[in-house]
Design a protein. Structure first.
Length: 244
C-alpha cells in the first residue's frame, strides 16, 4: 500500500517534489523552444498536413489508398485539389482541409509537389492470372477496338507516365487505389467537367477488365525519368477528361 503522507513526510519530501517539478517544467520549456527554433515557414513544413496521409514528401502511403503526389503534373494536382474542395470528388477529410484555401494557394501546393523528383519503390507483388495480366496489358496499351475502348496509353502517354498539362501517370500506384478510382468513376462518385470521358470508359469496362488492368498497371516498374510527356499534335478521338 502507498505510504500515508503525513504533514511531516510531505515537508521532508517537498524539496524533492519541487526539484522534480522544476526539472519537468524546464524540460517542457526546452522542447517548446527547440520546436520554435526549428520551425521555418516553408512549404515543406506547411505540407506536413498532406504528407501525414500521403507519405513523406508525398511519396504515397503504404496502405494503398493515399496516392503519390510527388512529381504529378501541377495542373492535374491543382484540378484535383479544386475538385475535392468544391465537391466534385468525395472525401470529407480532404474537403474540410481544403475548404478555406484559395485557388492561388491550391496552385502553390500543386506546384510544390509537382516539382519533387523522388525515386519510386519497386512494384508490389500482385496476385493475378497470366490471362488477366495479358488482358490488362491489352487494355492499357492497345485498348479494345471491338468495344470502342481506347487504350490507357492514348491519354496517359505511351509510357503511361502521364501527359501534360493535366493527365497523370498510371504507374507507381497501388492496385487498391487504381480499383478504388475506377470504381468511383463507374458509380459517379468521381466526376470531371464535360466531356467526362473517364466516367464513360470506366462504365464500359466489365468488372473483370477493371481487375485485369489494375493488376497489370500495378506490376509495372516506373521508368526513369518518370515525368509526364508533352501532348502529341494529334489528339485521340476519345480524349481523357480525368485531369480536368
Amino acid at each position: 500500500m502507498p505510504e500515508y503522507l503525513s504533514p511531516r513526510t510531505c515537508h521532508r519530501r517537498r524539496p524533492w517534489l519541487v526539484l522534480c517539478a522544476t526539472l519537468l517544467l524546464s524540460t517542457a520549456l526546452s522542447a517548446v523552444a527547440q520546436q520554435a527554433q526549428g520551425f521555418q515557414d516553408t512549404m515543406a513544413q506547411r505540407m506536413q498536413a498532406c504528407t501525414a496521409c500521403h507519405g513523406e514528401q508525398g511519396r504515397a502511403a503504404p496502405d494503398g489508398y493515399y496516392p503519390r503526389l510527388a512529381g504529378k503534373p501541377a495542373a492535374y494536382l491543382y484540378n484535383q485539389l479544386r475538385h475535392f474542395r468544391d465537391g466534385r470528388r468525395n472525401y470529407q477529410l480532404m474537403t474540410q482541409l481544403l475548404a478555406p484555401l484559395s485557388d492561388a494557394y491550391l496552385l502553390e501546393i500543386a506546384e510544390y509537389f509537382a516539382a519533387l523528383e523522388l525515386p519510386y519503390p519497386a512494384p508490389a507483388r500482385v496476385v493475378a492470372s497470366a490471362q488477366a495480366l495479358q488482358r490488362g496489358e491489352q487494355l492499357a496499351l492497345r485498348g479494345d477496338a471491338a468495344r470502342q475502348l481506347p487504350a490507357c496509353a492514348s491519354c496517359h502517354g505511351a509510357a503511361l507516365t502521364g501527359m501534360l498539362p493535366a493527365t497523370p501517370s498510371l504507374l507507381g500506384l497501388p492496385r487498391d487505389y487504381l480499383n478504388a478510382q475506377l470504381g468511383a468513376w463507374r458509380n459517379g462518385q468521381r466526376k470531371a467537367h464535360a466531356p467526362d470521358c473517364m466516367a464513360e470508359i470506366a462504365q464500359a469496362l466489365a468488372p473483370d477488365d477493371v481487375a485485369a488492368v489494375s493488376a497489370w498497371l500495378a506490376t509495372r516498374p516506373v521508368p526513369v525519368p518518370a515525368r509526364a510527356v508533352a501532348a502529341s499534335q494529334v489528339r485521340p478521338t476519345l480524349a481523357c477528361g480525368g485531369g480536368r
